[in-house]
Write a protein that binds this ligand. Structure first.
Ligand code: CDP
Ligand code: CDP
Length: 230
């Protein structure tokens, strides 16, 4: 049987991928998956083991032996619930330490190979909105709808700042956040192994000045137009 359609949503940090993905999936009755949470989980496991982040053999062994489970969080606006080897790490994978190191782990080809296989397995029957950096280029190059979501680094830093304040966390100042975001974008875009890049057949959505609602509607419309023509 042919698989159901897939929506791939890629783009840099803070573009709105997680927020928009969840709402699009809810509107269309599809599953959703935040693949960044998987790279964050392996990064957390590596940090907990205290091994050198650049030791590719050891990092690979950790990636191969880690069991990651993702569940949709029923609370609106909350990220996916994540279990790492049975332990709830939903909060731990979002600490500044994990965020600062995740790009180093995600650049390693053996880690990507292991996680991409799991993502392809999860999405094999389709009916899913998957977000990340390489979904439209590598994980599901045949996805029916591909979106490249972006916004200026300034705007993305502002959103991250507002998110942190809303969560009652200490937020670095805007300039620092913008610098951190730009540094992660640089690492993600320049790595050898499936870098962050817009797929040739992806639709670019620049969300500067757009509301979440407007972005969600645009993607739902693209999906409906496409699926009607299948
Ligand atoms: O939510 P945020 O935009 O901060 O990032 P994320 O989606 O949680 O992803 C964290 C990191 O994982 C990214 O900066 C990438 O280094 C890596 N990642 C990746 O390489 N490929 C993916 N498909 C998803 C995430
Ligand atoms: O997953 P990613 O890192 O791409 O972004 P996110 O975690 O969804 O965070 C985006 C933040 O910007 C959230 O607080 C959204 O409410 C907000 N936002 C948005 O996603 N889209 C807009 N058009 C405007 C604001």
């Amino acid at each position: 049987t042919p698989r159901k359609p897939i929506i791939a949503i890629d783009g840099p940090a803070g573009a709105g991928k997680s927020t928009v993905t969840k709402q699009v999936a809810n509107k269309l009755g599809l599953l959703f998956l935040d693949t960044g949470a998987m790279y964050r989980s392996i990064t957390l496991a590596v940090l907990q083991e205290g091994i050198d982040l650049r030791d590719q053999e050891k990092v690979k062994a950790i990636a191969a032996n880690s069991k990651i489970q993702l569940f949709a969080n029923p609370i609106v606006g909350q990220p996916m619930q994540v279990l790492l080897n049975g332990e709830d790490v939903t909060t731990e994978i979002r600490t500044p330490e994990v965020t600062a190191n995740v790009s180093t782990i995600a650049a390693q080809p053996s880690v990507r190979e292991i996680l991409v296989k799991q993502q392809q397995l999860i999405g094999q029957s389709g009916g899913v909105v998957m977000e990340g950096r390489d979904i439209g280029t590598h994980v599901f190059p045949d996805a029916e709808v591909k979106i490249f979501l972006t916004a200026s680094a300034k705007e993305r830093a502002k959103r991250r700042h507002a998110d942190l304040i809303a969560q009652g966390q200490v937020a670095p100042d805007l300039a620092t956040l913008e610098q951190e975001i730009a540094e992660r974008d640089r690492k993600d875009s320049t790595r050898e192994s499936s870098p962050l890049i817009q797929a040739e057949d992806a639709t670019l959505v620049d969300t500067d000045g757009l509301t979440i609602e407007e972005v969600v509607t645009a993607i739902v419309n693209l999906y409906e137009a496409k699926v009607q023509n299948l």
